[in-house]
Structure formats: C-alpha cells, structure tokens
Design a protein around this ligand. Structure first.
Ligand SMILES: Cc1cc2nc3c(=O)[nH]c(=O)nc-3n(C[C@H](O)[C@H](O)[C@H](O)COP(=O)(O)O)c2cc1C
Length: 256
C-alpha cells in the first residue's frame, strides 16, 4: 500500500511504479480515513523546502499504520538538503517505526528557480532510480538515505533565509490574471481546496495552501502564476506519464 501526495504528478508516477494499491493522502484526509493496515506501507511525497508538505506532516501525526515494513520516498527536483534525515525526525515525532527512506530526483516544478521547458529536456534517470528503490523495497532493506554536513548546512541556510520572511508569505504567492475564464481546472486539481471559482474567476483562498503549484501548472490558459518573478512564465509542467484526470482524481473535491 502506498499513500501519496502530488501536485504535478511526479510522486504519483513514482508511486505507480512501486505498488498497485494507491491511496491519495488529500482524499484520505477528506474521508477522515486514518487507519491503515498492510504488509508494507509507503508514503511517496514531494519535498518543499526539503520537508514534506504540511498536509502530509499533519496526516502522519494523526494516522495509524499497522505494517511490518514502513518506507518513505521523497521526490525532489534539485537539492534534497538532507530531506531523508528530516523525514526520519518526522517519523520519530509521529511514533512511526520507519524502515527505509530514500530520495528520488525528478523534474523541479519550483517556478521561481526553474524553466519547465528545460526541466522537460533533462534526463534525471528517474526510471533507473525507481528500479533501484523497488529492489530495495522488495528485499525490505533497512536504510535511511545518508546525509552529509553540506546537506545539513544547506538546510540551515534555507531556514535562516525563510526566518527573515513574513510567516505567511507563501500563502500570498498566487496571482490570477485577466486570462482566467473560470474553467475550474485549478479548483479540481487543488488538494487543499485553496482555490475556488467565484463570479467566473479563480480566487485563491490563503490559509491551508500546500504550495504544491498544481493549480498554476494545470491552468490551460496559463492564467495563474506567481506573485514573484518566474524563470519562464510561459512554461508549465505535468509529469509526462500522468494525465490531468489522474491529478484531479488524486486531489479534487468530489473525485474521491
Ligand atoms: C513550494 C515548492 C518547494 C520545493 N522545494 C524543493 C526543495 O527544497 N528541493 C528540491 O530539490 N525540490 C523542491 N521542489 C521541487 C519538488 O519537490 C519536485 O518537483 C517534486 O518532484 C514535485 O512532486 P509532485 O509532482 O508529486 O508534486 C519544490 C517545489 C515546490 C512547489
């Protein structure tokens, strides 16, 4: 069994390669489903600022997992900065006995730093890495991916930058332009009900936003963007093996 969170399909793609029984964390949260039993249980999720999204963190705190082998796969795009160690700490906080944590390099969807057209061209050897992870899981390897001093320093440096910003800065990142025709795709792909069409136009509702950028990447008119500069505002991304329908089923209200 794999529980997953995804914004643009990377983590869903990885999850699909590792198990047949997939449960979306946003849908489990909506259903109040918190008790899980299976021979192996994995969590596949992106990292944001090297840590799992707030919804995944809260879910892990509340849920109970009954299994003989618990693992986490953390997808990232450029620099994991010790994400495995941070996830191990989270498991400890939640009382989860974790057997295996690994990181998986995929396309980076963080628009202020990356051009999605370039990310599409890069060969990050995703399938090869998934294959290695699958082999580890099959033999039930006990291993937390190693973390270096440089990784920890990178995370500390990131935290000190974040500390200087207003605490809710990320909640005010989404910009809706006049190109919006109120089609509602953004609403359907949002895992946290943080965007609604009101009077024919998308409106961002701050507070519980997960910063996954699902809405921005999925908007068919590129009418959603960030309030800070993007490397290429015309380039958007969805994992090439994942359909829009799958993202909607994973995240959308009423799709569970
Ligand atoms: C808000 C935000 C923060 C991110 N932070 C990091 C990061 O710290 N390091 C990194 O390598 N990638 C980072 N990324 C990239 C994602 O982790 C990566 O693209 C991931 O595979 C997306 O998975 P998904 O398609 O399942 O949403 C970030 C992306 C977003 C949207």
């Amino acid at each position: 069994m794999i529980l997953y969170f995804t914004g643009i399909g990377n983590s869903l793609y990885a999850a699909k390669q590792l198990d047949n029984e997939l449960i979306s964390i946003p849908q489990a949260v909506r259903q109040g489903r918190l008790d899980f039993s299976a021979d192996t249980i994995g969590i596949v999720t992106p990292v944001y600022g090297h840590e799992v999204p707030p919804m995944v963190r809260e879910f892990m705190h509340k849920a109970s997992f009954h299994t003989r082998y618990f693992y986490m796969i953390l997808t990232y795009g450029n620099r994991h900065a010790g994400a495995a160690e941070l996830a191990k700490r989270l498991c400890d906080e939640c009382g989860i006995s974790v057997n295996y944590i690994n990181v998986l390099l995929m396309a980076d969807n963080w628009l202020p730093a990356f051009d999605m057209n370039e990310q599409k061209r890069l060969n990050k050897k995703v399938d090869e890495h998934i294959e290695l992870i699958r082999d580890d899981i099959v033999i039930r390897l006990n291993r937390i991916a190693p973390v270096t001093y440089a990784d920890r320093a990178a995370h500390r440096e990131y935290l000190s930058r974040i500390e200087q910003m207003p605490p809710d800065i990320f909640q005010h990142f989404i910009k809706v332009t006049d190109a919006c025709i109120g089609c509602g795709v953004c609403e359907k792909v949002c895992p946290s009900d943080s965007i609604r069409v009101v009077d024919g136009k998308a409106q961002h509702i701050p507070g519980n936003w997960q910063t996954c950028l699902a809405c921005v990447h999925a908007c068919p008119r590129k009418a959603l963007g960030l309030a800070i500069p993007e490397v290429n505002p015309n380039a958007r991304y969805r994992n090439e093996h994942i359909s829009l329908t799958e993202i909607i089923q994973a995240n959308g209200r009423g799709a569970e």
